[in-house]
Design a protein around this ligand. Structure first.
Ligand code: GLN
Ligand code: ZN
Length: 800
């Protein structure tokens, strides 16, 4: 019989209960017992619920108070010195100090943790929006098993009469996702962690766990030969001792050139991602020996679309006939951690176009009479619980035939049909416009050198011009006003009046301190993606569609469900107003097409590139409208540009090709004398610097303070034959993530380091990123210092 199985379930709860329990614990409102109660209640509910959905292999150990990588590190005693751990289970105080830094609480002091310790580095979990904590190891680490976590949770579930399949992050992935403090290769520590893994496995075997799932997601990456050898060694070692049957799980992509390695490992079964790896099914069937179990990840664990059950069943039947229908599991492609919990909570889900829901900012002209599109579109979606139903139905369908799941198949067919034929999804005008895009539209009129002359003549900026990245503090007052508007306590008119007042103040103050290119402050924006998504056709929103980003932090990404178009200007009202209040250049602020795509759930019925190009056309209209409204500098933010890079290097060129083209399509509709800026706030440019140059922006601002300008090396390679970045650069001189106010000398020094790498004419002076999370008490002195630092560099006020 086919086993319906799951790889992982969202942890936070239907109403983000874990988030609130954690926050209560951190604030001292509840104690450890209170937190533990909340966590147990969630685990219990989730185990029972999954079994109730017909899942045979329910995972345990996938739950975490913060992050599963941190859990695994703590289980192995991989706790750097200073964090208060000596032996035995890692205390909550140590655990959260590792996750969030220490803050001098009495619980921390009790275990000897000094205040002010930094958190472990956090980084993206593969290409998801989940972030994990990077274990900090060193060559002389000695590991010990502090507790058998999978065993504990297995027992906890068993006591509730659910026999689960414990999940554990595998040794090779754990080490490859870690960093060492001494530059040694974490993989060299394999021999020291394997005995502990063996101990965990033998404990589970003794407790009669029949299966366990070991996640090795690095199998979806380009692996060096050393890592492949590590796989062979690791699983050969683990096979020798007592252990449950091991299901080795790979996900987030095809196995590709790691297929032979994975297929050869002496494990009981292999899970493969057949959503992203659909094309390698034949190769998998050929490579994986018949005696292995095969777990077929045919339900998309990364996106919120309902499965086409008939198509998925076709894949399963193909596998079954090739393998005699034996030893098969059906599963989501990966853990369901990356999708919201339950679609049934979305009673208010509305995917109508042009409606600004969450904030309640209804634009009357935008109200559409699509008559029930919301309900129809809801049939197209599946969140975690719905995906479990799909998995269970597919298992039954495979074993018992179509008739056994006739109702599910019919509903799936109907959804497929309605989505495919919906006139709101497929809009002829959008398609026609996309088809009419010419290469010329992705090209500015003149090369950068010519544009620079035109822009200088128009903008009359001094050398080392100063600016900011866009947002000013989102104060309590600003957020309160938005909330009041949402509740209907404030009229639109009154709200608009407040925004105007804040813009007036911001403009006057920027003039007074002498900034050169001003911003309006983005007071009207809740979020840099949502603000635009709410105004674009083809985007929709959920009310409870939360997905864990890290720890207690959640995001509710918009859903791009249909062809994207811009019914009317989105930012011209406020940027135009701000420009009308000053003679100085006012910078228009937009979120770029790649970032809008990257931070949303994207429709899966057309290529991502197509969706991105549709968004690019919408942004293009906004850019040209801003220009027509007299805005001479338009900044198109692309903070997600790099994170869109595919996991495999071989796929990079394709992504970078269309991502760059989309940015250019969005920004090339303007005259030579309009300056296009972009902004990206991260540090690794080396891999993509050529693409960054090809974006052909007139200026780029980046985050460089923490690296002390080192990452500018990517922009100004000193190697022979390499070209430097050809346009202007604003290397950030104020780390806005920290509450410290930098003084003039610090910023001058950083600018000096920038001048060693760049030509003076290239340099802009600005903070690392937007200032929305800072307070005016910090912003005022810091920006005054920033202007002073730029002036010091100019040596007076020399106009170029
Ligand atoms: N313009 C945005 C701001 O200033 C940019 C935010 C970002 O880079 N993430 O807030
Ligand atoms: Zn930024």
């Amino acid at each position: 019989m086919t086993i319906a199985s799951n790889l992982g379930f969202p942890r936070l709860g239907h109403r983000r209960e874990l988030k609130f329990a954690l926050e209560r614990f951190w604030s001292g409102e509840t104690d450890a017992a209170g937190l533990d109660d909340a966590a147990r209640a969630l685990r219990s509910r989730h185990w029972k619920l999954q079994a109730g959905h017909g899942i045979g292999h329910v995972p345990s150990g996938d739950f975490s108070l913060y992050d599963q990588v941190l859990d695994t590190a703590c289980m192995l005693g991989a706790v750097p010195p200073g964090y208060g751990w000596r032996e035995g289970p890692v205390s909550l105080a140590s655990y959260f100090a590792l996750a969030r830094g220490s803050r001098g609480t009495s619980a921390e002091q009790a275990v000897g943790i000094a205040p002010g310790l930094p958190a472990l580095e956090m980084t993206k979990w593969f290409d998801t929006n989940y972030h994990y904590l990077v274990p900090r190891l060193s060559a002389d680490d000695r590991f010990v098993l502090t507790e058998n976590r999978p065993l504990q949770q297995f027992r906890e579930a068993l006591a509730l009469s659910v026999r689960t399949r414990p999940v554990l992050l595998g040794p090779v992935s754990l080490l490859m996702l870690s960093k060492t403090t001494d530059g040694s290769d974490p993989l060299d520590l394999l021999g020291r962690v394997l005995p502990l893994y063996a101990e965990v496995l033998s404990g589970l075997a003794a407790a009669n766990a029949s299966w366990m799932q070991i996640d090795e997601p690095v199998l979806a990456l380009d692996l060096p030969a050393k890592a492949r050898a590590a796989f062979a060694l690791a699983y050969d070692t683990l096979r020798r001792g007592p252990a449950p049957d091991i299901l080795l799980a790979s996900y987030f992509g095809p196995l590709g050139d790691n297929l032979a390695t994975a297929a050869a490992l002496p494990v009981a079964g292999l899970h493969v991602d057949l959503v992203r790896g659909a094309a390698e099914l034949d190769a998998v069937l050929e490579a994986v020996p018949a005696e292995r179990w095969l777990s077929l990840g045919v339900v998309d664990g990364r996106n919120i679309w309902r499965s086409d059950l008939r198509a998925a069943l076709g894949v399963l039947r193909k596998v079954a006939s090739a393998r005699g229908n034996r030893r098969l599991m059906v599963a989501p492609s990966c853990s369901l951690l990356h999708v919201p919990v339950d679609l049934r909570q979305e009673t208010g889900l509305r995917l109508e176009t042009g409606l600004r829901l969450e904030t309640g900012l209804r634009q009357d002209g935008a109200l559409r009479q699509d008559g029930g599109l919301g309900a129809e579109a809801k049939d197209w979606l599946a969140f975690a619980e719905q995906k479990l139903d799909e998995v269970a139905a597919l298992g039954r369908g495979l074993d018992e035939g179509d008739a056994a799941i006739a109702a599910q198949l019919e509903a799936s067919d109907a959804a497929v049909r309605s989505r495919r034929t919906s006139v709101a999804v497929h809009r002829d005008a959008v398609r026609a416009r996309l088809a009419a895009v010419t290469p010329r539209m992705e090209q500015r009129d003149s090369p950068y050198a010519t544009r620079r002359t035109a822009q200088q003549a128009r903008l009359l900026l001094p050398r080392f011009p100063t600016t900011t990245i866009g947002s000013f503090p989102q104060t309590a007052e600003v957020r309160r006003a938005r909330a009041s508007l949402g509740r209907g306590e404030l009229t639109q008119q009154a709200y608009d009046g407040l925004i105007e007042g804040w813009i007036d103040d911001a403009v006057r103050w920027q003039e007074a301190i002498g900034l050169d290119v001003l911003v309006h402050g983005e007071f009207e924006r809740n979020d840099m993606v949502k603000y635009f998504a709410e105004q674009l056709d083809g985007f929709g929103f959920t009310r409870h569609g939360w997905v864990q980003s890290y720890g207690s932090r959640c995001v509710a990404p918009p859903i791009i469900w249909g062809d994207v178009a811009r019914p009317r200007p989105m930012t011209v009202r406020w940027s135009g107003y701000a420009q009308s209040r000053t003679q100085r250049p006012m910078k228009g602020m937009l979120t770029g097409p790649v970032t809008l795509l990257q931070w949303s759930f994207v429709r899966d019925d057309v290529p991502r590139e197509t969706v991105c190009r549709q968004i690019a056309l919408a942004v293009r209209d906004e850019v040209t409208d801003l220009e027509a409204a007299g805005i001479g500098v338009v900044q198109v933010d692309e903070p997600a540009f790099r994170e869109g890079l595919p996991l495999r290097r071989a796929a990079w060129a394709d992504y970078l090709g269309w991502a760059v083209a989309c940015f250019r399509l969005a920004t090339s509709g303007v005259r030579d004398d309009t300056s296009i800026h972009t902004h990206m706030c991260y540090s690794e440019f080396n891999d993509i610097i050529a693409a960054i140059a090809e974006m052909d922006a007139d200026a780029i601002s980046i985050e460089t303070t923490r690296s002390r300008m080192e990452l500018l090396d990517a922009f100004a390679p000193r190697g022979a034959g390499e070209t430097s970045y050809p346009a202007e650069i604003g290397p950030g001189v104020w780390d806005i993530h920290s509450p410290r106010v930098p003084d003039v000398a610090e910023m001058t020094e950083l600018l000096g380091l920038a001048r060693e790498r760049l030509d003076d004419w290239q340099i802009w002076v600005n903070p690392d990123c937007g200032l929305k999370t800072r307070s005016w008490q910090e912003v005022r002195p810091a920006l005054e210092n920033l202007v002073a630092a730029a002036r010091a560099l100019r040596g007076g006020r020399i106009l170029s």
